[in-house]
Design a protein around this ligand. Structure first.
Ligand code: NDP
Length: 240
């Protein structure tokens, strides 16, 4: 029987590409989203993939949501923590609410989702957890202390949980995308975007499908010897 994969923030952008790649690889895929009903409806109509609404930053909502998905679709064997938001501003201008909201969703969401699916993965002796970090969590970014801290936190979370999951057959990895052609990047002013592209050695933005292929590999049977790792997919913009 096909393994069940859940992708948070799966109804648009990079998450949608991940859903499509995992479905193409034979997984039974479920998407989660926050509240954009129009995008969620279009996504399900176009892909046939069901979409479940809950806030990944809300611990109880995640527990209830995962219980519902597992009852209706089956035990979750692959978790992709993709949901993320930005609330940019320099430290001087950033409110405590903007700091907290980004930490709650981008990093707290990974904890909540992993907490909900890890026991089942452990009891079945197999699991894949892939979280989407960011180049800005590796290198930092002006005006993003909240986002950079949360994404950097994902990389630490990944290495710690990989150690806990290894003996139960659960691999835990992260992907650090560079600048990808999505709505999140479309919100960046044109002049700023030109400067960003000029710093990417391959000379272009990445495509969501290029992140999705990385996720598909880390979610596969053949990816089983990779754990605690961060795969940078950034056109060479940041190497280390
Ligand atoms: P988008 O803004 O296009 O999509 C975000 C998705 O996350 C939507 O499906 C949204 O749901 C969902 N979401 C937002 N908040 C929550 C929440 N609280 N609970 C559940 N779902 C939520 O994002 P991208 O595709 O651009 O980015 C995807 C991931 O990749 C993010 O983690 C981002 O930080 C990371 N990333 C993106 C880069 C880029 O260049 N775009 C670069 C590096 C990293 P809804 O539609 O209902 O709002």
């Amino acid at each position: 029987m096909a393994r069940v994969a859940i992708v948070t923030g799966g109804t648009r952008g990079i998450g949608r590409a991940i859903c499509e790649a995992l479905a193409a690889d034979g997984f039974t895929v479920v998407a989660n989203y926050a509240g954009n009903e129009e995008k969620a409806r279009a996504f399900t109509e176009e892909t046939g993939i069901p979409a479940y609404r809950w806030d990944v930053g809300d611990h109880q909502a995640v527990m209830d949501g995962i219980a519902r998905v597992e009852a209706e679709v089956g035990p979750i064997e692959v978790l992709v923590n993709n949901a993320g938001i930005t609330r940019d501003g320099t430290l001087l201008k950033m409110s405590f609410e903007d700091w907290n909201e980004v930490m709650r969703i981008n990093l707290g969401g990974c904890f909540n989702m992993a907490k909900a699916v890890f026991p089942g993965m452990k009891s079945r002796g197999w699991g894949r957890i892939v979280s989407i970090g960011s180049i800005n969590g590796q290198a930092g970014q002006y005006g993003q202390v909240n986002y950079a801290a949360a994404k950097s936190g994902i990389h630490g979370f990944t290495k710690a949980l990989a150690q806990e999951g290894a003996r139960f057959g659960i691999t835990v990895n992260a992907i650090a995308p560079g600048y990808i052609d999505t709505e999140m990047v479309a919100a960046v002013p044109e002049a700023v975007l030109e400067k960003i592209v000029a710093k990417i050695p391959v000379g272009r933005l990445g495509q969501a499908s290029e992140i999705a292929r990385g996720v598909a590999f880390l979610s596969s049977e053949q990816g089983g010897f990779v754990t605690g790792s961060t795969l940078s997919i950034n056109g060479g913009q940041h190497m280390y």
